[in-house]
Design a protein around this ligand. Structure first.
Ligand code: ZN
Length: 283
């Protein structure tokens, strides 16, 4: 049985708006809503997950118990089956105190039945969009709706979270450029309102400009050597981020990701002094 839920956005595609938007295409859903009642008792044949952050697979385990089969990119599947990997990774594999862990990483483990790289379903094409996470994919339906996970943050979201999570700004940039080159009618981001192609292009340009600005800010502060903790504190303060431990640990990853990217671009160097790593812009 194919049921139509939520709002219509394509010829055959619907989406259920929510804290995380869910796509509905024939007997598949893309990412899961946070509210089981959104499915009105219907169980999709397939649940396709964009990436292994708990907010995107929150109810996958429940739908699987009811008979759905769960698909995810191969390298993200591990994070869905073992949510503690994300939690340990942010704390260098030690187990962090509970208060330090963001709710985005706290999820109920769910077995993944297939890797979307090996899966063929007429009408849905997975599009690789890594950078926000290691192997995120978007899903493009044949009626032109692209569900982009967390690859694109709209200006509205940037206002709310001035340092959105990413593990590699170089890959984020490549994924944004891939999105721009992809043909679609509508883009449904994981968070926020659906965008037309034209609006998406504007938001992509804005996201790219934000990434450049973050790099520039880091390079500005690194005119003098700063330790990893100091540069994190500088950026955190400049962006007036919320002084919460869960946010802090997300920011640590994002700023390290930018430092790593700038190092690959030969724009910063680092050195160890008295057991502290310092970073410095290369003039
Ligand atoms: Zn995410």
């Amino acid at each position: 049985m194919v049921k139509k839920l939520g709002k219509r956005i394509g010829e055959e595609t619907n989406y259920i708006p929510g804290a995380v938007n869910t796509g509905v295409f024939r007997d598949c859903i893309i990412d899961t809503s946070w509210d089981i009642t959104a499915y009105e008792g219907w169980v999709p044949e397939f649940v396709l997950i964009t990436h292994g952050h708990a907010d995107h697979f929150r109810l996958a385990y429940l739908l699987r118990q009811r008979g759905a089969r769960i698909g995810a990119p191969r390298e993200e599947a591990l994070l869905i089956e073992r949510p503690e990997i994300n939690i340990r990774a942010m704390f260098s594999w030690a187990w962090p105190p509970e208060e330090m862990v963001t709710s985005f990483f706290k999820g109920t483990a769910c077995r993944v039945d297939f890797w979307v790289e090996n899966w063929h379903y007429p009408g849905i094409t997975p599009i690789p969009l890594p950078g926000h996470s290691v192997a995120q994919v978007g899903y493009l339906t044949e009626d032109g709706v692209l569900f982009s996970g967390d690859a694109l943050y709209t200006r509205e979201l940037w206002k709310e979270f001035p340092l959105p999570y990413s593990i590699d700004p170089g890959l984020v940039r490549d994924s944004l450029k891939r999105l721009k080159l992809t043909e679609f009618q509508w883009l449904v981001p994981g968070h926020g309102k659906p965008l037309t192609k034209e609006q998406s292009v504007e938001e992509i340009e804005s996201h790219l400009a934000h990434l450049d600005r973050l790099d520039e800010m880091i390079l500005y502060y690194l005119q003098k050597p700063r330790s990893t903790e100091e540069i994190i504190s500088d950026i955190y303060t400049a962006l007036q981020l919320k002084n919460s431990l869960a946010q802090y640990w997300l920011a640590v990853t994002v700023i390290k990701a930018h430092l790593s990217y700038l190092h690959r671009k030969e724009q910063v160097r680092f050195f160890l002094d008295k057991y502290r790593v310092y970073w410095e812009a290369i003039a």
